[in-house]
Design a protein around this ligand. Structure first.
Ligand code: BES
Ligand code: MN
Ligand code: MN
Length: 458
């Protein structure tokens, strides 16, 4: 393994050059204007996998293509399914970027570009580590199956069908994903739980056109008033979600887990500084980490109606729209939650408004037993590369494929995040520390060795 690690050191510039080419492709899955770039990006991933000694192919879907390749070394070795996503969030607002989002640049030891940390930079660490093993030793200590999709940021809607149709081909002992974060500066982490999500859009339509609010106001329901009221009903002053049945089956944290969360270094001041907010707010009776990692939420993501230009305008607007997401915890079912949300909103909607509720994506929460031998092995690999053993954490974000791996393929996922939550993921000036990238590649080199030593009965 020493020669493999040595080749990582000598190959640093080439690895960064490759990553920069990857980052130059504007693979925005949400916006159809980038459809051709998505195709080009899939080809980039295929070529990178080819150079790494895998046998990749591009698989088209009803949405953006999937890239899949494997290297089956020896059937007696463990088989690891590696997942990543080559799609990125839209780069807007563009004027807040210091340098353009698809022209990667290094400043202060950080690579700035959309997708640098989420998830191109992180997934590329595994491709580079596999490549180094294969080039230096002609083989790998485990079998790997690598699945890179292009629709994670829009809910992975077409991926489940691929998983269902390829259960046998994707058979593996455990999955590995690097698409989360370290706990803090110099504190690497293994994430053993994620929240799930449901997303929906609420549209209210009143009069057939905007009306004079003096002539007509007060005689029919105003969609803007109505959407404000409905959105306002969702969360109580105590931070509790008011949707009937929302908390059904939600389990309280065990005392052990509470103590573990409380044992992590955490400063409320630093946290407020980091997010730029004046005070914390959330469900009464829970700490900030508990609220973020283990309690469900309901957030308005956007809300529009009526006149929002300069100066006053006296109208009853014709329409109103709000985008809503709920983060879910184990035992909450996405369909049940969407049903409850829809009927709660419908029940409180004033008469005379057309009520439309469109459902977007959803996925369940995920929890992995932190005592699993896979976690122990991964923990040793992370410690060897980052010079510090990882802490075990949960995260509030969602990665839809993780619950699909559990439900469709019956496997757990090792969430090994090399990024940091301060990397501005989904924000302007997204970046990835060069050191985190390199430590990620090193950790991945160790990982294949450590995972090969886990005994599995097959
Ligand atoms: N990589 C993130 C999820 C993440 C980030 C988890 C940091 C933990 C720490 C992923 O790409 C993401 O943004 N997921 C979306 C999922 C949604 C679009 C279905 C999310 O969580 O909003
Ligand atoms: Mn991601
Ligand atoms: Mn993301």
């Amino acid at each position: 393994m020493d020669s493999v690690l040595a080749s990582i050191e000598s190959g640093q510039q080439a690895a960064l050059d490759g990553l920069f080419d990857f980052l130059r492709i504007p693979s925005v899955s949400a916006d159809s204007a980038f459809k051709d770039d998505m195709q080009r990006c899939a080809q980039f991933v295929r070529d990178a996998m080819q150079s790494a000694g895998l046998t990749p192919e591009i698989i088209s879907t009803d949405g953006h293509p999937i890239v899949y390749g494997e290297r089956m070394q020896d059937p007696s070795l463990p088989t690891i399914l590696v997942y990543g996503h080559y799609d990125v969030q839209p780069p807007d607002p563009l004027d807040l970027w210091t340098t353009p989002p698809f022209e990667p640049t290094v400043r202060d030891g950080k690579i700035f570009a959309r997708g640098a940390t989420d998830d191109k930079g992180q997934l590329y660490t595994h491709i580079k580590a596999i490549e180094a093993w294969v080039q230096e030793t002609g083989s790998l200590p485990v079998n790997v199956k690598v699945l890179i999709e292009g629709e994670e940021e829009v809910g992975s809607d077409n991926l489940d069908r691929f998983l269902e149709a390829n259960k046998e081909r994707l058979k593996a002992d455990v999955a590995v994903i690097s698409d989360t974060s370290q706990y803090g500066d110099g504190i690497p982490a293994i994430t053993y739980g994620l929240r799930g999500i449901v997303a929906a859009e609420l549209r209210l339509t009143g009069p057939s056109r905007d009306l004079h609010s003096g002539v007509f106001g007060g005689s029919i329901a105003n969609p803007a008033n109505a959407i404000a009221k409905l959105c306002g009903l969702l969360v109580g002053d105590d931070g509790r979600i008011q949707i009937p049945g929302f908390y059904d089956g939600v389990e309280e944290l065990s005392d052990k887990e509470k103590a573990e969360f409380a044992g992590l270094p955490f400063s409320e001041n630093d946290f407020l500084q980091e997010v730029g907010a004046g005070a914390v707010f959330g469900e009464a009776g829970y700490s900030t980490l508990e609220r973020r990692w283990s309690r469900p939420t309901c957030d308005i993501n956007g809300i529009v109606s009526g006149y929002t230009g300069e100066g006053p305008k006296t109208i009853v607007p014709s329409t109103a729209m709000a985008k809503i997401t709920c983060r879910l915890v184990p035992s909450q079912n996405p369909d049940v939650i969407l049903d409850a949300l829809e009927s709660f909103l419908k029940q409180h909607c004033p008469p005379g408004l057309q009520f439309e509720f469109e459902r977007y994506h959803g996925c369940e929460a995920f929890a992995f037993d932190p005592n699993s031998p896979w976690i122990t092995a991964a923990s040793e690999a992370v410690a060897a590369a980052f010079g510090q053993p990882p802490v075990f954490i949960r995260e509030g974000g969602s990665i839809p494929v993780v619950s699909s791996f559990q439900q469709i393929l019956g496997i757990d996922t090792l969430l090994l995040g090399w990024g940091r939550n301060t990397d501005n993921l989904h924000s302007p000036d997204e970046h990835f520390h060069v050191d985190d990238f390199m430590n990620g590649v090193r950790a991945s080199v160790h990982l294949w060795q450590k995972l090969s030593e886990v005994s599995v009965d097959r």
